[in-house]
Design a protein around this ligand. Structure first.
Ligand code: KG4
Ligand code: ZN
Length: 336
């Protein structure tokens, strides 16, 4: 089954063509980073307008690159939520029109379910059940995943998402938006023992997180030591990253052990973090747990993961109707 996936929940307009929920034939992502950069964060109204401009060329490009003629597409999957309403509406309305025009079925997909299923787009995917750490700009949660469509929350952030903390710390350091990738790069040049931030493990037996404390600690440090040199910035980035990575790594490995899972996954934008990838891979190996982290291109928002979920929903006979709308049908999970 060939599924066209469409994603427009935040600031990426994305389309992908995926065969049987696992083989990516094409995946196109148009980023709006340059548009939002001057504002230090995503401006929802600008995001919606940019999605409108990008959606047709992005879908056209994905279909052209896939080598599959449009009339051979069997179904459409589109992000239905959660996300920015105006942004979601663009992809959702387009998907509805595309499916109606081509006379093919379509389904709405939960964005978080998409991230969790991103590991199935890689060779050697995890075996069920496994635990998944979903770390992105809007979410930091741990799930026990028992099938492609069943995932049960074990814990989540009580305040900021990890990616949000990365973005805010980058802003405090004057490094621009989005900050995760910049801090990751800078952290590799710094000494994580120079400025040590507390690790909010909360209750070690639980799987909830808290990142606002680390973020405030960085702010207090900068108030006491203003105008950091480039070397100081690198040490602060390294200290911040070490604190975040320690907590994320400890909790996901602990969750795998608590559920007796031999496999764990790390997904979402922050799964692109080099420090996190290394730490989870190293520490899980010591416990005999297999780690699945998507390639960098599939960590951030993309439409291939949406198509992967859509494949399973369409194959199970699910169909959306013309009266469906964003947020109207997908059963959303608790989130941070
Ligand atoms: O999954 P995603 O693309 O969008 C959401 O659904 O939120 O995640 C975006 C988040 C941003 O906060 C960004 O700063 C963070 O992922 N991010 C990273 C890295 N690359 C992206 N955070 C840490 N290290 C990275 N290398
Ligand atoms: Zn996302």
């Amino acid at each position: 089954m060939i599924v066209l996936g469409i994603e427009s929940s935040c600031d990426e307009t994305a389309a992908a063509v995926v065969r049987n929920g696992c083989e990516v034939l094409a995946s196109v992502v148009a980023s709006q980073v340059a548009v939002h950069h001057p504002y230090g964060g995503v401006v929802p109204e600008l995001a919606s307008r940019k999605h409108i401009e990008a959606i047709v060329p992005v879908v056209d490009q994905a279909i052209a690159e896939s080598g599959i003629p449009a009339k051979k597409i069997d179904g459409v999957a589109v992000t239905q939520g959660p996300g920015l309403i105006g942004s979601l509406l663009v992809g959702f309305s387009f998907a509805k029109g595309f499916a109606f025009g081509h006379g093919i079925p379509w389904v709405g997909v939960d964005h978080l379910e998409g991230h969790i299923n991103s590991v199935f787009l890689e060779a050697d995917p995890p075996a069920f059940p496994f635990v998944a750490l979903l770390v992105s700009g809007g979410h930091t949660s741990i799930y026990h995943v028992t099938s492609h469509r069943d995932f049960h929350p074990m814990g989540q952030t009580r305040d900021d998402a990890a990616g949000e903390a990365y973005d805010k710390v980058a802003k405090m350091l004057g490094l621009g938006y989005p900050g995760g990738v910049v801090i990751d790069r800078l952290a590799a040049q710094g000494d994580p023992t120079k400025v040590v931030f507390t690790r909010p493990y909360l209750d070690k037996a639980e799987f909830d997180f808290s990142f606002s404390g680390i973020k405030s600690a960085v702010m207090r440090h900068l108030q006491l030591h203003p105008d950091p040199s480039p070397g100081d910035q690198a040490d602060i980035a390294a200290g911040f990253q070490a604190a975040v990575v320690d907590v994320l790594t400890f909790k996901i490995i602990h969750a795998a052990k608590a559920k007796g899972c031999a496999h764990l996954a790390v997904v979402g934008g922050v799964a692109a973090n080099r420090g996190l990838r290394e730490a989870v891979t190293r520490d899980a190996a010591a416990d005999g747990i297999r780690v699945h982290i998507p390639s960098i291109a599939l960590c951030g928002d993309n439409a291939a993961m949406v198509a992967a979920v859509g494949y399973h929903r369409l194959a199970a006979g699910e169909r959306a109707g013309l009266d469906d709308d964003v947020y109207s049908r997908v059963k959303f999970r608790p989130r941070g």
